[in-house]
Structures are given as C-alpha cells and as structure tokens.
Design a protein around this ligand. Structure first.
Ligand SMILES: *[C@@H]1O[C@H](CO)[C@@H](O)[C@H](O)[C@H]1NC(C)=O
Ligand SMILES: *[C@@H]1O[C@H](CO)[C@@H](O)[C@H](O)[C@H]1NC(C)=O
Ligand SMILES: *[C@@H]1O[C@H](CO)[C@@H](O)[C@H](O)[C@H]1NC(C)=O
Ligand SMILES: *[C@@H]1O[C@H](CO)[C@@H](O)[C@H](O)[C@H]1NC(C)=O
Ligand SMILES: *[C@@H]1O[C@H](CO)[C@@H](O)[C@H](O)[C@H]1NC(C)=O
Ligand SMILES: *[C@@H]1O[C@H](CO)[C@@H](O)[C@H](O)[C@H]1NC(C)=O
Ligand SMILES: *[C@@H]1O[C@H](CO)[C@@H](O)[C@H](O)[C@H]1NC(C)=O
Ligand SMILES: *[C@@H]1O[C@H](CO)[C@@H](O)[C@H](O)[C@H]1NC(C)=O
Ligand SMILES: *[C@@H]1O[C@H](CO)[C@@H](O)[C@H](O)[C@H]1NC(C)=O
Ligand SMILES: *[C@@H]1O[C@H](CO)[C@@H](O)[C@H](O)[C@H]1NC(C)=O
Ligand SMILES: *[C@@H]1O[C@H](CO)[C@@H](O)[C@H](O)[C@H]1NC(C)=O
Length: 488
C-alpha cells in the first residue's frame, strides 16, 4: 500500500537556510555558498576525526553504557479541571517525577531552566495550585542543608523578575549562574533539564514553575540510572555554565572536552527498561553544538525525513517564519520537510498546535496552508487540530492554561524537545532535544515501545474534546485574541 520511493539522503541541505543573518538576495546566495562549503568541510573533518577516534581510542563510555540498565518513563502534567475520559492513557505526573528525582539525590543536581518561579507569591497569586511548586522549593532547600551540590543555570534576559527562589537557594549554598544569552546570541536560554548525581535525567517542556505542575500542560522524559546519557547531557549543561561569566563569548571551535560522539550518526545504544534503545541529544543554536553534537534542527528534519507512515507533532507554537522580529521573515525548513513527507511519500502528517489567549493569529494561516494540501485522490494527508486548555475559573493565574509541550512521534522515532517550531528557536535560542528509537521483536513489548507510548498520548489528546478543527475555532472562548478571529 505504502509507496517506498528512494528517499533523499537526510537533511544535509536545508540547515544552511537558517544560518544567514542577511536579507539581501545577492549576499544571501554568496553567504549560503560559503556556509555550505564551510559546513561540508567541517563535516568531512569531523567524520575523519570521528572514524579515527573510534578505531584508535578505547572509549570508556562504550564500556560504561553496557552496564547502564536505564529506566525510561514519559512524564506529563495535566492542568487542573481538564478531565479526560476513563481509561485514557496517562504518563507519570510531573510533580511525582521531580519529587522522585529529588528523593534519589545523593550528591549533585544540575538544573537548567529559562526562569524560576515556584511560589504563588512570586506572581502575586494566592491559589492553592501553587502548593506543589512550593513543596519542590522546600525539598530543594532541604537537599542543600544535606550538603548536596546544586548548580543552576538560568537565562538573562528572563521572563520572571520577582521570583526570590534563586536568591533563597543561593543563600543556602546553591551555585547559580545567570547566563546572558541576550549578549551571547540575541536569544534566551530556553532549555529545560535536570541532571541528578550525573546519573538521572529529566528533560522536557516545563520550566521550574509552579504553574507547570498544575496549570499548564507539559511533557517530558525521566531517564534514571543512565550515567552514559546523563554525562552526555552534562556536557551541554557545561556549555551554558562556562559562559555564565561576565563578557563571555562563544568559543569557536569549542574545546575538545565538550565534544561528543553520541549523535544522529552514532546514537548511543542503551537498555531502556530492558529493551535496546538508540538515543541521542541534540542542541541549538548551532553555535552551541561542539564537535559531534547534532544541531536540533537537523535532528527534527531527520526524524521527519525518516518517517514512512506517520508524523504526529504536538507543539505549542508553529511558524514557518521568524517569530520575534518584525516584519517576520519566511523560514521554511521544517514546513518543507512536512510538505515533502506528505506529498512525496504519502506520510500521514498530524499537527496538534496550541491556542490560548496569547496566540499570534497569523499562525492559523500557515497551518491552513498545510491542511489544504490534504487530498484523498493523491493520498496526501496533513491534518491540523488546535488544542485548547479550558480556562475555567482559573482566570487569576497569568500565562497559564495552555498546552506547552513540544514533541513529535513517527512510526520510527520519538522526539521530545524544549523548543517551539519557529526560526529563532533554532538560530538564537538555546534548546535541547532527545531523539529515541526502540525496536522490539518481543510482541509482548512491541506496543509499549517509547514510540508507541508517545503515540498513545498524542492520540488521547487528538481525540479528546480539547482538540478542535480550525473551522470550529470561532466561538472557542479560550482561544481569542485582541484582534478577534479573522476567518481563514
Ligand atoms: C580497554 O580498556 C579496558 C579497561 O581499561 C581494558 O580492560 C580493555 O582490555 C581495553 N580494551 C582494548 C581493546 O584495549
Ligand atoms: C474502562 O475500563 C474498565 C475496566 O477495564 C471497563 O470496565 C470500562 O468499560 C472501561 N470504560 C471505558 C469508557 O472504556
Ligand atoms: C520523597 O520523599 C518524601 C520524604 O522522604 C516522601 O514523603 C515522598 O513520598 C517521596 N516522594 C516520592 C515521589 O518518592
Ligand atoms: C489566600 O486565600 C485564602 C483563601 O482564599 C485566605 O484564607 C488567605 O488569607 C489568603 N492569603 C493571603 C496571603 O492573602
Ligand atoms: C554539611 O557540611 C558541613 C560543613 O562541611 C558539616 O558541618 C555538616 O555536618 C554537613 N551536613 C551533613 C548533613 O552532611
Ligand atoms: C567586561 O567588559 C567591560 C567593557 O568592555 C569592561 O569594563 C569590564 O572590565 C569587563 N569585565 C570583565 C570581568 O572582564
Ligand atoms: C573543559 O576543560 C575546561 C578547562 O579545564 C573546563 O573549564 C571546562 O569546564 C571543561 N568542559 C567540559 C565539558 O568538561
Ligand atoms: C492511494 O492509496 C490507495 C490505497 O492505499 C491506493 O489504492 C491508491 O493507488 C493510492 N493513490 C495514489 C494516487 O497514490
Ligand atoms: C472551579 O471550577 C471547578 C470545576 O470546574 C470547581 O470544582 C471549583 O470548585 C471551582 N472553584 C471555585 C473557587 O469556584
Ligand atoms: C498491547 O496492546 C493491547 C491492546 O491495545 C493490550 O491488550 C495489551 O495488554 C498490550 N500489551 C502490553 C504488553 O502492554
Ligand atoms: C519503564 O518502566 C517503568 C516502571 O519501572 C514504567 O513506568 C515505564 O512505562 C516503562 N517505560 C517503557 C518505555 O516501557
């Protein structure tokens, strides 16, 4: 049934598109050629180095990961007052995942978050739903009193200015760095992950924010007993940490101790719950990819290009443009990949995108331009639905009540990231992604692979009453913005 034409080699081309800062056509072409030539050289050199590295070096990480019996769990938070039907699948609650991680801590915690706000007081909100965040803060304080080393990297510029969390933790011995991504990349440190004892990891959409626990829909992964992956993610932590000093500049190239040999070409093979898994971490922007680190955009394109049957995407925001400059600039690499998958390979594409009161409405025009390609006569399917978290009586809580998760699942691969899909999230904003593939020949395990579990969560949301077709958006009271709804 499925056509299987020969696919193009994956994604070496499109990523040059995003690197030029220039709008002038002539220079743009020259610039692109230079970038392509340069990337080609870098690629060749790294491939050469890489192949000598594996033949010559007795790599201790290879030995280590054979001993890692990692445990993998999907984690999510479901906002209060947003019930699903009975028997609907659900992942481990975020609060429980964070508490478990903190309970496991013996030595050290490394946390990266765009901003911190764990107490209602930070936002002048008196609401019982801030309690879980406050408990997380207390737990962090108590770990400091047990002499746990705590390293926290956070962003300048920030989004929350009145939080006292980091001052409190610093006062009790935490090491905190405000990394100035405004200066470094004209972006922000939007990454969110935790590393405990260099062995256990949490990574995903939630910031260290009480609303992430009770008022915002989030998704992430908890990987425990997995030193090989934790140490690799720690290298990305270190790229932020080491630039958290005044007047820092991004090294080019990064010193070789930041390099990795775990990437899209050579993912790590580890056991997750006893099933062999291939996994790697990507990073953005490109300037935060030391040698061997896969650029997050390339990871995303790779996952889309590898799909043969379906690509399901759940994103807060989707723009085939820049998002923070005016007027916006067209930025098509991901859009092209989705169109190509659907049109050339009949891959079934589904996009589940969020709407809330701060949505920029031009997004719907871009989404509409994808969904109109759907045509049963040519077997092209790009379905779009809009996910709306009901606000209910939670109007007292600012910047909440939305689906903030960022992930994708295909018939081959699971991808959980920290970035929305728009140009700056790859060109100037720091983020990370986890790419994981499980293949199980054991029929009893086949429907519990990571991909299958992520697909179940996607389908639960897609088929829920919170997902609406774009035609039905007018009249959705929790998806209106100041200019009102323009008909599409
Ligand atoms: C690699 O190193 C380990 C531990 O140092 C040693 O036991 C092993 O024999 C080495 N393997 C090779 C192929 O050199
Ligand atoms: C939920 O599961 C229970 C027990 O398996 C079953 O009895 C019930 O019919 C299910 N409900 C729905 C709506 O599927
Ligand atoms: C964490 O530890 C606390 C106190 O030791 C305990 O009350 C709590 O149940 C534990 N939570 C988890 C998720 O393990
Ligand atoms: C918060 O609200 C509760 C109940 O609505 C009230 O009892 C309490 O005094 C309030 N706290 C503050 C600090 O306003
Ligand atoms: C923490 O370290 C301090 C100073 O080194 C020491 O006095 C204290 O006993 C330690 N506390 C714990 C719980 O290990
Ligand atoms: C950073 O740069 C400023 C201006 O160039 C300079 O005055 C200051 O001394 C520098 N600080 C450090 C720590 O190098
Ligand atoms: C690499 O080495 C430098 C110098 O010793 C150190 O400052 C930096 O933190 C190291 N980075 C990593 C990822 O180990
Ligand atoms: C579309 O799919 C159907 C069933 O899979 C197949 O019979 C048909 O030939 C396909 N049409 C095109 C245009 O590929
Ligand atoms: C808010 O709404 C929920 C259900 O939607 C209800 O259970 C709760 O009592 C309401 N709270 C207030 C303060 O009205
Ligand atoms: C696989 O899925 C079927 C039906 O969807 C379910 O009955 C079965 O328990 C699942 N197997 C495992 C190992 O979860
Ligand atoms: C791994 O095992 C845990 C329980 O230890 C379970 O909750 C989780 O769903 C499993 N993960 C996968 C991918 O099967």
């Amino acid at each position: 049934m499925k056509k299987t034409p020969v696919k193009p080699p994956t994604s070496n081309g499109p990523f040059c598109l995003i690197l030029h800062p220039n709008d002038q056509k002539g220079t743009q072409v020259v610039f692109r050629l230079i970038v392509v030539a340069w990337l080609f050289l870098v690629l060749m050199i790294s491939l050469m180095k890489f192949s000598t590295a594996i033949t010559v070096k007795n790599d201790s990480t290879v030995l280590n990961n054979l001993q890692d019996l990692c445990n993998f769990q999907l984690v999510e938070s479901l906002p209060q007052d947003m019930p699903y039907g009975p028997n609907s699948s659900a992942a481990k609650p975020l609060y429980q995942a964070w508490m478990e991680l903190l309970n496991m801590t013996h030595e050290s915690i490394h946390v990266v978050s765009y901003y911190w706000t764990l107490t209602g007081k930070d936002l002048d909100v008196n609401d019982t739903s801030s309690q879980q965040g406050e408990e997380i803060l207390k737990k962090l304080e108590s770990l400091l009193s047990e002499n746990i080393s705590m390293f926290i990297a956070t962003s300048v510029p920030s989004k929350v200015y009145h939080s006292t969390d980091l001052k409190v933790l610093e006062g009790k011995g935490a090491h905190v760095k405000w990394v100035n991504f405004g200066h470094l990349t004209h972006g922000v440190l939007h990454t969110k992950f935790w590393i405990v004892d260099r062995k256990h990891i949490f990574l995903g959409s939630p910031n260290v924010d009480w609303r992430a626990l009770t008022q915002v829909k989030e998704i992430g992964v908890l990987i425990s007993n997995c030193g090989s992956l934790a140490n690799d993610l720690w290298k990305t932590f270190q790229t932020y940490w080491d630039l958290g000093v005044p007047n820092a500049t991004i090294p080019f190239p990064w010193p070789s101790n930041y390099s990795t040999n775990i990437n899209r070409r050579k993912p790590l093979e580890v056991q997750f719950n006893g099933t062999t898994t291939k996994a790697y971490f990507s990073a953005s922007p490109f300037s935060f990819c030391p040698e061997g680190r896969t650029f997050d955009l390339v990871a995303v394109l790779d996952v889309i290009n590898d799909a043969e049957e379906f690509v399901y995407v759940s994103m807060m925001e989707y723009f085939p443009t820049s998002h923070f400059r005016h007027p916006p600039r067209y930025w098509p690499p991901i859009d092209n990949a989705l169109r190509r998958a659907a049109v050339s390979y009949n891959v079934h594409v589904r996009l589940l995108i969020s709407c809330w009161i701060h949505t920029v409405p031009s997004m719907f025009h871009y989404l509409k331009s994808l969904s109109v390609l759907t045509n049963p006569h040519t077997n092209v399917t790009i379905d779009v639905k809009i996910f709306i978290v009901p606000v209910g009586n939670h109007t007292n809580i600012p910047f909440a009540r939305l689906n903030h998760g960022k992930y994708m699942v295909t018939d081959k691969t699971a991808y959980v990231g920290t970035s929305n899909w728009a140009e700056e999230y790859f060109s100037s904003t720091a983020g990370v992604g986890l790419v994981a593939q499980q293949s199980s020949v054991d029929p009893a395990k086949r429907n519990t692979t990571i991909q299958q579990q992520l697909r179940s969560l996607f389908e639960r949301d897609w088929n829920s009453k919170y997902s609406v077709n774009m035609e039905d958006l007018p009249g959705q009271k929790d998806c209106v913005w100041k200019d009102g709804f323009q008909s599409l």
